[in-house]
Write a new protein. Structure first.
Length: 319
């Protein structure tokens, strides 16, 4: 899960598509441990040694990076189930969940793994800064604010079960929670007016053909207030992102009167939830189209195309 400072997301995607990595992490010590604001987490920055790849060194020399300085990214435990079953709990202790769950606690099987970090990498110097580390928690979906001063992300503190939205300054200071409750909030993105669109299980529905919660799109003010739904899909709406023309692009799982497994394609809507319409894939079954992002200076988007009903997490072909 990669966040961006300026052009960093696109550069990272290009590096992955070439079959090479940007950097190799070589920890020289554990991230520092402390006790704010949850007892298993730290928001105090720490650094580790990083070795730059030849690809990144070449990009720096050729000026390919432009004025990009840093990227922000998360590390967390890889899921074992469908791309949408990496949070929350299973509704039944049945054979399929028994094969895929991570832990049994409070009488139910949980779909998330434990351990995560929020990190920042300087592309020029190779310095890696750990902004937050939680050995029992989970960290995902970073999005850097347009002013470059703060990061929006989803965080499940250790010894808790739910992901909520948090902000932190880019230097690792002032960790603050924006949402709370017994539902999961993640995949958030800033809008130009500082409001936030995100994915949440607040609809209190389960996948019709599986054991995990449904998530749809919501919007709230920048301080976490005034939460209201943008979509009411019976199945998942995921990975919203802002297009240059002001619309939101996202993945919608169509289910009613269609195949339950085949249609997870790209839709758009206005930021107020109106004008929902198909963007791409309506007649292309058999692919889950996730994490669509616009390519700067073009009319194109790049996305992860997951074959069939989708692989664990958002693994697929960059398309």
């Amino acid at each position: 899960m990669i966040g961006v400072l300026r052009l960093a997301r696109l550069l990272t995607i290009l590096a992955l598509s070439s079959g090479q990595c940007l950097f190799a992490v070589v920890p020289d010590r554990k991230p520092p441990q402390s006790d704010p604001p949850q007892e298993s987490a730290t928001a105090v920055p720490g650094t580790v040694a990083v070795g730059q790849s030849k690809l990144l060194e070449r990009w720096i020399k050729q000026g390919t990076l432009g004025d990009a300085e840093e990227i922000v990214f998360c590390m967390r435990v890889h899921g074992r189930d469908h791309w949408y079953a990496n949070f929350g709990y299973y509704s039944a202790d049945m054979p399929v969940p028994q094969e895929r769950y991570f832990k049994k606690q409070d009488g139910v099987l949980w779909a998330y793994g434990e351990g995560g970090s929020l990190c920042k990498l300087n592309l020029r110097t190779g310095k890696l800064t750990v902004l937050l580390h939680d050995e029992q928690g989970g960290v995902r979906d970073p999005h850097v604010h347009y002013d470059g001063n703060k990061i929006l992300f989803s965080y499940r503190p250790g010894k808790t079960h739910n992901y909520h939205l948090y902000e932190i300054n880019v230097d690792g200071s002032d960790l603050r929670r924006l949402t709370d409750g017994t539902d999961d909030d993640f995949e958030a993105v800033y809008l130009p007016d500082d409001s936030i669109v995100f994915v949440s299980s607040r609809s209190h529905r389960f996948v019709n053909c599986f054991y995990t919660r449904v998530t749809t799109l919501y919007r709230m003010d920048g301080d976490g207030s005034n939460i209201r739904p943008l979509s009411s899909n019976v199945e998942h709406d995921n990975t919203p992102w802002l297009l240059p023309d002001g619309r939101l692009i996202y993945m919608r799982w169509e289910y009613v009167d269609r195949s339950q497994l085949d249609y997870h394609h790209l839709w758009t809507m206005s930021p107020d939830g109106t004008s929902q319409s198909i963007y791409y894939g309506n007649q292309r079954p058999g692919t889950a189209m996730l994490d669509a992002k616009p390519i700067p200076g073009t009319r194109r988007v790049i996305a992860s195309f997951n074959p069939g009903h989708g692989r664990p997490e958002h693994m697929g072909e960059l398309t």
